[in-house]
Design a protein around this ligand. Structure first.
Ligand code: NAD
Length: 240
């Protein structure tokens, strides 16, 4: 099994890459070229007996994404996970900040999915999981650009699921609630406590709790699931 994980250098992406490594998959790990942690992650993956390939690059750069795929002949799993978070009231939000948020999340998922879909259509198999967010479902003050990008990823997931289903390719999304990662830790302890209070389970999740669900969605156990937005959110959003 060959799996590609974007934003694998930290937090949730790192946990997903390690979960695939425990299955002895060939894990292709992407993050920004400036990421200091990809080499160490690869060592950890190889220590688990799995193969690792580094494919560094900015997900919002389509030429770089094409370059990454020029070295991939077969792909079973793509996880679009790379993300950034930056708070701003909408009245202070510059065009540049809006653009870079949408470009990083929505264009990033589009660039990788387009290349993966070309391969997976030929293979007549494959699975794509997009990491969305509960904020793409319920919205959030001071995060309108982030929430809009994640809402876009949810609609993109459902559209791809319909388009690729005839080729035996499944596309799902995981919409995490708050998860303790460097992205959230950067917002401070008070933010984490306030965040935890809004979830029925009264805590934030761990990266591994997201990784386990991603792993499930890419396994044969989820063979009848496509176009689903799976909430892993301590009960913060209850759909159905
Ligand atoms: P993180 O900051 O720990 O990791 C994100 C990784 O993405 C980093 O290694 C970063 O370098 C990489 N990245 C950023 N921009 C990139 C780019 N242009 N190209 C390639 N890589 C890039 O954050 P995390 O919390 O692990 O977030 C992972 C995903 O989960 C994100 O999509 C985030 O929006 C989503 N998410 C996180 C939470 C949470 O509470 N942590 C909640 C819901 C959704």
């Amino acid at each position: 099994m060959t799996c590609l994980v974007t934003g694998a250098g930290s937090g949730i992406g790192r946990a997903i890459a390690l979960a695939f490594a425990r299955e002895r998959a060939h894990v292709i790990v992407n993050d920004l070229p400036s990421s200091p942690s990809l080499a160490a992650l690869c060592e950890e993956i190889e220590a688990l007996g799995a193969r690792c390939t580094v494919a560094a690059g900015d997900v919002s750069d389509p030429a770089r994404v094409r370059g990454i795929f020029s070295n991939i002949e077969q792909l079973d799993v793509l996880v679009n996970n790379a993300g950034i978070l930056q708070e701003s009231p909408v009245t202070e939000l510059t065009d540049a900040a809006w653009d870079s948020m949408i470009r990083m999340h929505l264009y990033g998922a589009f660039h990788f999915s387009r290349e993966a879909a070309r391969l997976m259509k030929q293979q007549h198999s494959g699975s794509i999981v997009n990491i969305a967010s509960d904020l793409g479902q319920i919205g959030c003050e001071n995060l309108s650009h982030y929430s809009a990008a994640k809402g876009g990823i949810i609609a993109f997931t459902k559209s791809l699921a319909r388009e690729l289903a005839p080729y035996g390719v499944r596309v799902n999304a995981v919409a995490p609630g708050g998860v303790i990662t460097p992205m959230v830790e950067a917002l401070g302890e008070r933010y984490i406590d306030e965040e935890a209070a809004r979830y029925p389970l009264k805590r934030l999740g761990t990266p591994d709790e997201i990784a386990q669900v991603v792993r499930f969605l890419n396994s044969g156990a989820a063979s009848f699931m496509t176009g689903q937005i799976v909430g892993v959110n301590g009960g913060g959003v209850m759909n159905g």
